[in-house]
Design a protein around this ligand. Structure first.
Ligand SMILES: Cc1ncc(COP(=O)(O)O)c(C=O)c1O
Length: 372
């Protein structure tokens, strides 16, 4: 038996007719750049996130980069990011000339440790980028409180968390991306809402930021050949938008299937010597990734490989130990939680169409290794 880490063909099979029709519609109209589906998808995605605006961009990395740019952050400024995330979160800061400043993560949720956040704030700090890692929201109530105290902007990296919710003050549930000043999403194909290529989205309630983002993603344009700022060519492809519109209709159902699959994993792992995901009481987790921890990771990975089961390590090297960031002067031991988690974490197959029997096989393979 082989079992992929993520099975996109199952998703396509479910909605083939709708996707093919959507692609055909764009080809027929020929409005490939900022066309009808792109505009409608922005409206629908803003509604989904309960924000006033959404701006389609070329990737999740572009979303983050343009978000930082839109806040006029650059050389001499510092932006706080968690040490344990995909590198794009920090790269987006670096592209602007600002310095990413890393913070260790919480041992249970793997999100930025809000107890350590204030220690790194300086007079140069301009913003915080919390990441909703694996689909679990960061502690946004606490982050917003700290941001307010120090007058900092908040850019949510929701690349892995489309549809996740956070309980804010008064137990009010809010969609991720809608809480900070700006929310950023990736539509990389395997994401909870994935395109058939690259894509991204920035959401905000702020009219000024929205207008700046519209220019930044489209050559700094104010009319066809009139350019107010030095912008980029970073638009969301209309073909991708047409595909994403169809998938957005199913996102809540697919997220529910992921939650059910996570529940099945949790049940089968009862009594097994692994650490299963811990869901914070404020968070509505959407399980982009189902990650467990074991000290015997190498043996476990070997066994999965032998059985043809796809697993991934998100992430084997924390940001402060990446060669790309060596000039920042961090060293081994600086972020002990992040370092330990990076040695023990392993992401198991997870997608909406995964079956109970498949989950059982994954757990049985793991149990077989741990029994030895
Ligand atoms: C947390 C996080 N931020 C940003 C990105 C970048 O998104 P993209 O691959 O669409 O550029 C990713 C994508 O993997 C991600 O997981």
């Amino acid at each position: 038996m082989t079992l992929p880490f993520c099975d996109l063909s199952a998703q396509y099979k479910e909605i083939k007719k709708e996707i093919d029709r959507a692609i055909g519609g764009v080809i027929k109209r020929g409005d490939f750049i900022l066309g009808e589906d792109e505009k409608l998808f922005e409206e629908e995605f803003a509604e989904f996130c309960h924000t006033r605006y959404a701006v389609g961009v070329s990737s999740g990395t572009a979303a983050l980069f343009l978000a930082v740019m839109s806040l006029d952050i650059g050389c001499g400024d510092e932006v706080i990011v968690p040490d344990f995330t995909y590198i794009a979160t920090a790269l987006a800061v670096s592209y602007t000339g600002a310095k990413p400043v890393f913070v260790d993560i919480d041992e249970k949720t793997y999100n930025i440790d809000t107890n350590k956040l204030e220690q790194v704030i300086t007079k140069n700090t301009k913003a915080i980028i919390p990441v909703h890692l694996y689909g679990q929201p960061a502690n946004m109530a606490k982050i917003m409180k700290i941001a307010k105290k120090y007058n900092l902007k908040v850019i949510e990296d929701a690349a892995q968390a489309h549809g996740a919710t956070v309980k804010m003050e008064g137990n009010k549930k809010q969609a991720v991306g809608s809480i900070g000043d700006i929310g950023c999403f990736s539509f990389y194909p395997t994401k909870n809402l994935g395109a058939m290529g690259d894509g991204g989205m920035v959401v905000t309630n702020d009219t000024k930021i929205y207008q700046k983002l519209l220019m930044l993603r489209d050559y700094g344009r104010v009319s066809k050949y009139e350019h107010a700022i030095v912008g980029y060519n970073s638009r969301l492809d209309t073909l991708q938008a047409a595909i994403l519109r169809e998938k957005l209709k199913r996102l809540n159902t697919w997220n529910k299937s992921r939650q059910d699959a996570a529940g099945i994993y949790n049940k089968y792992f009862k009594g097994v010597d692994v650490i299963t995901p811990c869901v914070a009481d404020f968070s509505g987790h959407v399980y982009h990734v189902y990650a467990i921890r074991t000290k015997r990771r190498d043996e476990v990975c070997e066994a999965f490989k032998k059985r043809g089961i796809g697993v991934i390590i998100h992430y084997p090297i924390p940001l402060h130990l990446q060669k790309a960031y060596s000039e920042l002067g961090y060293k081994s031991g600086d972020f002990p939680v992040s370092e330990r988690i990076s040695e023990e974490i392993i992401s198991l197959p997870m997608y909406p169409h995964i079956k109970k029997q498949q989950i059982k096989i994954v757990v049985d393979v793991l149990k077989g290794v741990l029994k030895k």
